[in-house]
Design a protein around this ligand. Structure first.
Ligand SMILES: NC(=O)C1=CN([C@@H]2O[C@H](COP(=O)(O)OP(=O)(O)OC[C@H]3O[C@@H](n4cnc5c(N)ncnc54)[C@H](OP(=O)(O)O)[C@@H]3O)[C@@H](O)[C@H]2O)C=CC1
Ligand SMILES: O=C(O)[C@@H]1CCC=N1
Length: 271
């Protein structure tokens, strides 16, 4: 049987909390040997700690774990991380922070020997996440296996070739769920503008987005082939796609601009 991983998680907000819940339900981590740090822990986190018996906000001194996972806001990292430097000396450090470089993490933690970056996304909370991963050569095959096991507990994993590519992962899949939520909001608003009741339009848009997601998850066809399957020649979908994807390729152009803005922001956060 594969050994459960002991983890110290710093920051159990939206993303850290989703990862924690995924690890606990998949049995990936050993809760009794793990610790979670989040000073203003809410009632749900306290309840989770009691149910699974992990340490919540213990003193970081003397804690020894397989992996130290960093999930605080990048803007808070420089002031928060130094308290975990001792843990980082012996643990594999995995940062899920957007735009916080290996060099900056190293500076904040006193240059620990093994640091890697992971960029998960929020559907991890439902086991439907995808995480981009990068580790430098200082992380050996065993370390990579630990990282992969932790992140695969919440969905798919994709290793990338360079640290720079983590910014591109952030722009595509880290931030990506928000793009689909916005599209869903926009579709509901369009339905209401046509004359549907607001609630009916919202239900239709949400179920359509989730149905399309279910097809993407289960149907082996490419997204382009599935789009063609919905589109009858000369029909209604073709009329709509003429606006979204006609000669001006409006949506594709907008998506490129949006992803470029996200990648640029990730690079700025690093500076
Ligand atoms: N949200 C997302 O979809 C994704 C986020 N990320 C990355 O994950 C990281 C966290 O983002 P997100 O979860 O959205 O942010 P949240 O604000 O939801 O979570 C951050 C958590 O860290 C806590 N915190 C603050 N100070 C400390 C401290 N000193 N020690 C321990 N915990 C502390 C915060 O508590 P409090 O609220 O009380 O300040 C909060 O619960 C970011 O770096 C982000 O780039 C990566 C991929 C996707
Ligand atoms: O918006 C952000 O900066 C974080 C990183 C990816 C998703 N949320």
């Amino acid at each position: 049987m594969t050994k459960e991983i002991s983890v110290a998680l710093v920051g159990a907000g939206a993303m850290g909390g989703a990862l924690l819940r995924g690890w606990l339900s998949a049995g990936t981590i050993d809760p009794a040997a793990s610790a979670v740090f989040d000073p203003a822990a809410d009632a749900a986190l306290k309840k989770l700690a009691r149910r699974h018996d992990f340490a919540l906000n213990p003193s970081p001194e003397g804690i020894s774990v397989d992996a130290l996972v960093l999930a605080v806001k990048p803007q808070a990292a420089a002031s928060v991380l130094p308290a975990y430097a001792a843990i980082a000396r012996s643990a594999l450090v995995i940062s899920v922070m957007a735009g916080m470089s290996l060099a900056a993490i190293g500076r904040a933690l006193g240059d620990p020997p093994r640091v890697a970056r992971a960029m998960p996304n929020l559907p991890a909370a439902f086991g439907a996440g995808v995480t981009g991963l990068y580790a430098p050569a200082t992380v050996n095959a065993h370390g990579r296996d630990v990282i992969d096991r932790l992140m695969a507990a919440t969905g798919e994993t994709v290793w990338v070739r360079s640290e720079e590519e983590i910014d591109f992962v952030t722009a595509v899949s880290g931030s990506g769920p928000a793009y689909f939520f916005l599209l869903t909001e926009a579709l509901a608003e369009a339905g209401a503008a046509l004359g549907l009741e607001k609630e009916a339009a919202q239900r239709l848009a949400r179920a359509t987005a989730s149905g399309a997601g279910a097809m993407l998850a289960a149907d082996p066809r490419s997204p382009a082939d599935m789009r063609k399957a919905v589109t009858s020649p000369g029909g209604t979908t073709a009329a709509a796609l003429g606006v979204l994807d006609g000669d001006a390729k409006a949506l594709r152009r907008l998506m490129k601009e949006a992803a470029a803005a996200a990648a640029k922001r990730a690079a700025e956060l690093t500076e």
